[in-house]
Design a protein. Sequence first.
Length: 182
Amino acid sequence: MPTTNLQQGLEILYSREQIAARVEEIGAQISSDLKGEKIVLIGVLKGAAIFLSDLARAIDVDATFDFVAVSSYGKGQRSSGAVKLIKDLDESIEGKNVLLVEDILDTGLTLAFLRKLFMQHHPKSLRIAALLDKPSRRIEKIDADYVGFSIPNLFVIGYGMDYAERYRNLADICLMQPDHPE
Ligand code: IMP
């Protein structure tokens, strides 16, 4: 497969094949855990959009989608710390099995905020799927029920994840070097 222009000079951390294989495994696990149940997949925009679309097709359970958006990293690699809901759920989650789908579990601030918010709506169950987990960065105590890959403190891009809104459309998960030209 030839290197694309967008991907030129970027180091691949997980290839599209590795991601696809892991997403299939997570999907199978979720299907077995929620066998016979209905589920609502809630994606956190925008980073989780690609993961959710692949994961949804790997889950053999009656599923609907919803999306929320929260304030995020902005233009750089640093978090502002504060989490704010920018786009709320479209449908009530009361009494439903919720799977919160996120690209990266980093400090945990975003998912801790969303979990607390969603629990106030009394779902039947609430699980978290995170494609990547950076446990060493955690500020809020929170774990995902399903994790694609656990990684050290690296800044990654691709497969939905951005640097200043770019690179989301890379098919592989790549490393963003601190000195990479913008
Ligand atoms: P948390 O609230 O610190 O857990 O941050 C979660 C969000 O930060 C993720 O959904 C991403 O949008 C963003 N983020 C954290 N690490 C990275 C990264 O390495 N690359 C791109 N975005 C990241």
